[in-house]
Design a protein around this ligand. Structure first.
Ligand SMILES: Nc1nc2c(ncn2[C@@H]2O[C@H](COP(=O)(O)OP(=O)(O)OP(=O)(O)O)[C@@H](O)[C@H]2O)c(=O)[nH]1
Ligand SMILES: [Mg+2]
Length: 406
């Protein structure tokens, strides 16, 4: 005499799982019924699902286990819209067509639900946050960075705030501005030795010329020298010497460690020694290592800074910052900001490293197209974000270029 079972639940899966956990492979489902909610609940309530069947004997169960692989594969293939590769063997007491159809329908539903939940994030309940997310995407911020800012806004503001565009835009601007740090010059004895490294063509020599002009020609004239390192490339030396001649600033070209050491020693009376280097591919590890050894001739006190073009692709930005890491650069100078209208990817990448920003350059003109990096200057590069400028002006007064050195 077989033993029968009957189980109910709110979904097919719930009942099947219960049957499976209670009876395992011994369960042989025979009937599946949908039971409407009764009485008033019939109008609003949920339907229930009932499964009935009997429990197999030990021998029958072993036969089912043998077939299970085929069945699982068939069900998965069918749910994916493909025919099974091999015919399915079934034992005589096995599941009815109706029951297989029920399970397959569950699989199809699940598959559909998975596809929907993977492609669409839950709708944002606050329209201001939804708009902000769109603005940040427009500015090319990374997905993770955007999620971080939105989460922080949700955590630190109540529902009334989250409905207010002005409050939220200003708060977002503050979070973005403060997600990166800004380079602070330390006062040091003796000449400041400022080395600029970076990939080829990002604007290192032009930036060196701008800094030389600002400091050498300003009202607070400093004694500025330029040293150009590793200047084998045709034209590289001439380029920097031309700048030097125009500005009346001495330029020395050096090619090896001893030469560099000698020139640094000879310039010991200067206020500022600017060291220009030839760009290196971040992928050329050997050349980068050679350059690092050569630059060690500048001594412990020398400051290394990395020039990065604002037009660099996101994936490359991270690679460049990693490959030049061995120089222990103190800051990033963002160049060519005039050539892009989206800086979100730069902010996302730089904020994750914690390296401070020191200067922004936004054009080819020497010396005017350079400024000290500041929160407001960064925010002014973003489109569509409305914030109260005067609050930032007051909180973070933008440093003057020459003031940064004293
Ligand atoms: N639009 C724009 N162009 C710039 C900027 N800075 C430099 N450039 C231009 O970019 C080009 C390369 O500049 P360089 O200063 O020679 O670049 P570099 O990094 O010294 O190059 P290598 O020494 O070859 O590695 C030149 O045409 C510059 O005028 C900037 O901020 N904006
Ligand atoms: Mg150069």
């Amino acid at each position: 005499m077989p033993r029968y079972f009957s189980e109910r639940g709110n979904s097919h899966i719930e009942v099947i799982e219960r049957i499976h956990s209670k009876y395992g492979d011994r369960a042989n489902i025979q009937i599946q019924k949908t039971i409407p909610a009764s009485g008033l609940r019939g109008l609003f309530g949920k339907v229930q699902y009932e499964y009935r069947g009997f429990l197999r004997t030990g021998e029958e169960t072993r036969a089912v286990q043998k077939n299970r692989d085929y069945e699982t594969r068939a069900a998965i293939l069918a749910a994916a819209g493909k025919a099974p590769l091999a015919p399915i063997e079934r034992d005589s007491h096995d599941t009815s067509e109706e029951q297989i159809e029920v399970v397959l329908q569950e699989l199809r539903d699940l598959k559909g639900q998975l596809a929907i939940s993977a492609s669409t994030p839950p709708p944002e309940p606050f329209p201001v946050l939804a708009e902000l997310s769109g603005i940040m995407e427009e500015n090319d911020f990374d997905r993770d960075y955007i999620i971080g800012i939105l989460n922080s806004l949700r955590q630190n503001h109540n529902a009334a705030d989250l409905d207010g565009r002005d409050v939220i835009h200003h708060a977002a601007a503050k979070l973005i501005a403060e997600s990166v740090s800004y380079f602070q010059q330390n006062l040091i004895d003796g000449p400041r030795i400022f080395i600029l490294i970076g990939p080829t063509g990002v604007g290192k020599t032009t930036t060196i010329a701008k800094l030389a002009a600002v400091h050498g020609l300003s009202g607070n004239r400093s004694d500025v020298r330029i040293i150009t390192v590793d200047s084998f490339r045709i034209g590289a030396r001439a380029q920097v010497e031309t700048y030097g001649e125009i500005m009346g600033i001495p330029v020395k070209a050096v090619d090896d460690y001893d030469d560099l050491r000698k020139q640094i020693a000879l310039a010991s009376e200067a206020d500022l020694i600017l060291v220009d280097t030839i760009g290196k591919s971040p992928r050329d590890k050997t050349k980068i290592e050679e350059m690092r050894n050569l630059l060690s001739a500048c001594g412990e006190k020398a400051e290394v800074h990395l020039a990065l073009s604002a037009t660099t692709k996101t994936a490359d930005l991270k690679e460049i910052m990693n490959q030049f890491e061995s120089f222990n650069y103190l800051s990033v100078i963002l160049t060519k900001l005039d050539e892009t209208s989206r800086v979100g990817n730069l902010v996302s990448a730089i904020s994750s490293t914690g390296i401070p920003l020191s200067y922004f350059t936004d054009g080819q003109s020497v010396p005017v197209d350079i400024a000290v990096a500041s929160p407001l200057r960064l925010l002014s590069r973003l489109k569509g974000l409305d914030f109260d400028q005067s609050v930032f002006d007051e909180q973070y007064p933008a440093a003057d270029l020459t003031a940064a050195w004293r």
